[in-house]
Ligand binder design. Sequence first.
Ligand SMILES: *Cc1c(COP(=O)(O)O)cnc(C)c1O
Length: 239
Amino acid sequence: MIDRNIIQEKLLEIQSNMTAAANKADRNPQSIRLMAVTKTKPAEVIQTLIDLGLKDIGENYPDETVEKKEVFASAPDDVSLHMIGHCQSRKVKIVADLFDTFQSLDRLDIGLKLNQVLLERQKTMPVFLEMNTSEEISKNGWILNGDQVSDGFLQDLDRLQRCLQLEINGLMTLPPFTEKAEENRRYFAAMRAVMDELNARYGTQLKELSMGTSIDYRVAIEEGATYVRIGTSLVGPRN
Ligand SMILES: *Cc1c(COP(=O)(O)O)cnc(C)c1O
């Protein structure tokens, strides 16, 4: 049973926390979008979120999203579906065909492949570059050392900037899991600094920072997030 009232209650609470965090940081609350993360959740949950007015839905596993594609096909035009998970090369076509943005572009070859598929489809797609702020090699994305990117990242960026079907709009990160949101503040601040630096020196026009989950979205907003990605606090623990 999907309890719409419970989800609505949580939604209102999250929205009011988002507004408070924005106000605290002197930011316009309208400039921050709440993405509902629905991996492992059935289509009925997604439908409920859409009925409640959610405009941004995030999914991690392309095959799972395909199974739920009807709910996205019947959603209003202003509802966006965001890919936020690690994408295997053979799933790139699904991303190109089903999703509105690719927020988890985490390596060069996947960007090149997506560009090629999009070219065949004669379309473009907004992408965010995923940065690894967790200091764990096992995590996805280009490694950030403090607020420094690597030379390898800059070389990859240069190649990606030549991919005309990719609109490189933002940066995304998933910092280490912690119970203490404050511990992640420095990673969020570093993301903001990197975005400004890339725009000033490397010809990008990044506008979006996708960062902050159930635990730390308030801190992420204080540090400049334009998308927060919330699963557990909104739709409960994953199955
Ligand atoms: C699952 C997931 C989230 C949501 O995390 P919660 O802690 O459930 O809010 C956000 N971002 C990414 C990339 C995820 O994989």
